[in-house]
Design a protein around this ligand. Structure first.
Ligand SMILES: [Zn+2]
Length: 178
């Protein structure tokens, strides 16, 4: 069961989505010099949104990639505390710093996960409920799918998804839901 969980988790990760989210977070950190409570929140949320949107697929993918992809800003900030630790004007016990960093990363990650959840669902094609009987190509990695139009056949398409996963042909989309 644990093996399945980790395999599933690993399968949900999108390196590209996370990297882009992280890089944007670091860039914004460098632009927004002052750390106040108003500026980091939309940045962290936005990075999570971008990571979720790029990752695509199921809601779970948005949450996982949004969580990790949103950490560029807080990771850069907290790294500075550790790098300049000996020169801090006010002495903070290292244990307090580690606990604070953990809390900040979890809070930022949750904000990012929310952004990722929204991002992934904005990207998702609208499921209008009349998929039954429709033919689809479904990615086994990111969960993205393409609905075949009238007159299109699965042979017209590549069997590789843009995420690197394999596209499988399914008659009824509901068969693939977990
Ligand atoms: Zn895919």
């Amino acid at each position: 069961m644990d093996r399945d969980f980790f395999a599933d988790f690993k399968n949900s990760l999108s390196l590209k989505a996370i990297l882009i989210g992280l890089i944007i977070g670091v860039i914004f950190f460098l632009i927004v010099k002052r750390y106040d409570i108003l500026s980091p929140t939309p940045i962290v949320f936005g990075c999570g949104f971008i990571s979720g949107y790029i990752a695509g697929g199921k809601s779970k993918n948005g949450i996982i990639n949004g969580f990790i992809g949103s950490l560029g800003y807080p990771l850069t900030l907290q790294s500075l505390f550790f790098i300049y630790y000996p020169y801090l004007p006010i002495k903070i016990p290292i244990f307090t710093l580690i606990v604070n960093t953990t809390i900040i990363l979890i809070v930022c990650g949750l904000i990012g996960a929310l952004g990722g959840l929204i991002g992934v669902n904005i990207k998702k094609p609208r499921n209008n409920g009349n998929n039954a009987g429709q033919k689809h190509l479904v990615c086994d990695k990111c969960g993205g799918y393409y609905e075949l139009q009238l007159g299109e056949s699965p042979e017209d398409f590549t069997d590789k998804c843009e995420c690197g996963g394999n596209l499988k042909y399914v008659q009824d989309l509901n068969d693939t839901d977990e």
